[in-house]
Structure formats: C-alpha cells, structure tokens
Design a protein around this ligand. Structure first.
Ligand code: IPM
Ligand code: MG
Length: 387
C-alpha cells in the first residue's frame, strides 16, 4: 500500500528529534482553515486518548482574522508562542476581504513572518497520488498512478525576502517595482543537504532546479549543489534542470522525478503544478523545517498546500485530508511518532479507497461527504485500525 510513510521518512544527523514535550500551537487562520483544523483537533484528541500522546494544544490567530482583531496578521505575542512551541500547525490565510489592505499587513505577511522568524528554510512538499484518486488527475491515469515525488523548496530566501524591494517613483513620474533574487552559499547548502538526505531515504535521486541560463543566483545554486554532491553525497544521483523545463517535464512525465530541490519562487510554482498531478490540492500536506539544534530538534510548521478557498469557506465542503496529512507529518518529523503517522496515513488511504469523498475529489459511484463527515470516517477508521 502506498502511504506517506517511507517516502517522507527523514532523519537528520540525529535520528531522535522527539523530546517529551509536545506543545502544539494551532493557527487555524482564515477561510476553510478553521473547518479543516477542527477535524485535525478531533484526530489529535483521538491519539491523546488512545495513545497517551500528551499533546498540549493552544489556539491563536493568524492572517486576516488576526488583522481584524489586532490590526496585524501576526502579533508579537503569537510569534513568541510559535517560537516556544514544539510544532506549529497552520490552516490557511487570506481572502478577498483583506485583498486591498496595505502590503505590510496583508494576511500572507503573517505566514511569511512565521517562516522567516522561525528560520524554516526547508519546505517539504510531497506530491503523492493515492491509488484510488489516480483518475482524478487532469493527466492520464497511467502517467500519475503510483506517483510519489518530494519537492524541497527553499523557504526563507530568494526573491521573497531579498532587498532592495519596494515600489518607487522615478523623477519622470513613472513608477518602478523592485524585488531582488539573492542566495548565499550557506543558504543553498543547507537546503540542498536536507534534499540529499531525503533522497538517500528514498531512491537516491535528486534533481536540482534553477535558471542558470539567465540568472547568476541560478549559476551559484547549480555550482554549490554540484559541489555538495561531489564531496558529501557521491552516492546520490544528482541532475540539474532549468525551471521552465521542469514545469514542462512535470506534466509530460512526472514519474521521472523523485526528490526535487529548488528555490523559493520556483518551488512555489512547481509545487502547485506537482500538486495538481495528484488530482486535488485538497490532498497535499507540507512541512517547513528549520535547522536541527544540539539535541536534534528542529523548529517546524506544518500546513496544507491549499489556500483559504474563500469560495467554499464555511459550507462544510472543504477537504480536511491535506491538513490531517500535515498533522501526520508533524507526528513523524517533530515527535518521532512514525507508527502513529503511518496509522493516520493509512486511515486516510482506506477512507478514500472506500469511496468516501469531499467535492474536490468526488467521482461517479463514490459517496459525497462533508468536512466533518470526512473527520467522522477517519476517526472510525482509526478505531478500526488502532484497536
Ligand atoms: C504557498 C503560498 C504562499 C507562498 C503565500 C500564501 C504567501 O502560495 O505556501 O505556496 O507564496 O509561499
Ligand atoms: Mg504557493
């Protein structure tokens, strides 16, 4: 059976990231965030009752809802709580209500501050096709059946954070918008290391993606990744690809890839593209990890790849599986609870395989369920599997 288990297993230098403390900060955010997070809380409650996991959860606001209450998408106090937590679980941020706010207080700034201040430089985005959903993909079933790729996106550098940035008015009255793509050796190396380590746990294949044909930062990226491959990871089969070609190859023949490592902006684009291969954005989890401390523990934030989906928010239509699978990644990476993570992945697989579907993955002959009914089914399946 295919699950998120083997392919996302990732042990850093120190295999034991877990400590006894399991403080989880929950930031449900905007749109469908709160609805899907409600299901995650029910599942965390199940593990607490049945497996004595000892989770301590606390809720805070992020995004538009935080702006409405506090005038900022992330308060300093919430930022401190995120830094002190063992893991942060996030739902989604943003929505049309806040689209016209000043850039500095847009909901997205809350998420970007969390990533930056927690130094979460490695964003793991698995794109995994559930067997039962291979037909939901916009690509031909045979191209995606069994697909299992991992995109490692650099998350705290590049054009998202580079300076100078801004919009200025020129002497002739014309306006100019500026952003800067910038990477240093160490920024490239640390994210590449995460990707090489992951490749070793999977099929020992890594594809590094940039645009070295037009960008100096891409030339540096390619050279540094190659250097690391030549010195520390000779056993890993390393290839390089231009980002535009990678986008094309992802829809032409996605199974040629295993682990992909790329910068912040290309990773943003390519991960959405890879996500859709799986049939629905509603299925994809992600983990954002920082550097390991002396005890091997990493700061970490887990969030579904989908956004706040304002068009369906509050209607019980959202698919909670991406957020649930993000919680599973948390169990695995932050708490070293591989067995529990496997259990949750398996429950999600089984429920979908039985034909239980939210609207985004609905197919003929299947049963349409609401967000909370999907949660009910997962809990029932956990009872069955974990009895
Ligand atoms: C993502 C999102 C974010 C990004 C937005 C919401 C800031 O698209 O996580 O992929 O661009 O990184
Ligand atoms: Mg994105």
């Amino acid at each position: 059976m295919m699950g998120l288990s083997q392919q996302t297993q990732f042990h850093s230098e120190s295999p034991h990231m877990a400590t006894n403390s399991k403080k989880i900060l929950i930031l449900a955010g905007d749109g469908i965030g709160p609805e899907v997070m409600t299901q995650v809380k029910r599942v965390l409650g199940w593990f607490d009752r049945r497996r004595n996991t000892g989770f301590e959860t606390e809720d805070e606001l992020v995004g538009g809802c935080a702006y409405d209450k506090h005038g900022t998408p992330l308060t300093d106090q919430t930022m401190e709580k995120a830094l002190a937590a063992d893991a942060v679980l996030l739902g989604a941020v943003g929505g049309p209500k806040w689209d016209n706010l000043d850039f500095s207080v847009k909901p997205e700034r809350g998420l970007l501050r969390l990533r930056k201040d927690m130094a979460l430089f490695a964003n793991l985005r698995p794109a995994l096709v559930f067997d039962a959903l291979a037909e939901a993909s916009s690509l031909k079933t045979e191209l995606v059946k069994g697909l299992d790729i991992m995109i490692v996106r650099e998350l705290t550098g590049g054009v998202y954070f580079g300076s100078p940035r801004g919009i200025e008015t020129l002497p002739n009255g014309e306006r100019r918008g500026i952003n800067t793509q910038v990477y240093t050796t160490s920024e490239i190396q640390r994210v590449a290391r995460v990707a090489f380590e992951l490749a070793r746990k999977r099929s020992n294949k890594l594809c590094s993606v940039e645009k070295a044909n037009v960008m100096e930062s891409g030339v540096l990226w390619r050279e540094e990744v190659q250097k690391l491959g030549d010195t520390e990871y000779k056993d890993v089969q390393l290839s390089h690809m231009y980002a535009d070609n990678c986008a094309m190859q992802l829809v032409r023949q996605p199974k040629q890839f295993d682990v992909i490592v790329t910068d912040n902006l290309f990773g943003d684009l390519l991960s959405d593209c890879a996500a859709m291969l799986t049939g629905s954005l509603g299925m994809l989890p992600s983990a954002s990890l920082g550097a390991a401390d002396a005890g091997g523990k990493r700061k970490a934030l887990y969030e579904p790849v989908h956004g706040s989906a304002p068009d369906i928010a509050g209607q019980g239509k959202a698919n909670p599986l991406a957020c649930l699978l993000s919680a599973s990644m948390m169990l695995r990476y932050s708490f070293d609870m591989g067995e529990e993570a496997d259990l949750l992945d398996k429950a999600a697989n089984n429920v979908v395989a039985r034909g239980c579907r939210t609207g985004d993955i609905m197919a003929p002959g299947c049963t349409l369920v609401s967000t909370s009914q999907m949660g009910d089914e997962i809990l029932k399946e956990l009872d069955r599997l974990g009895a």
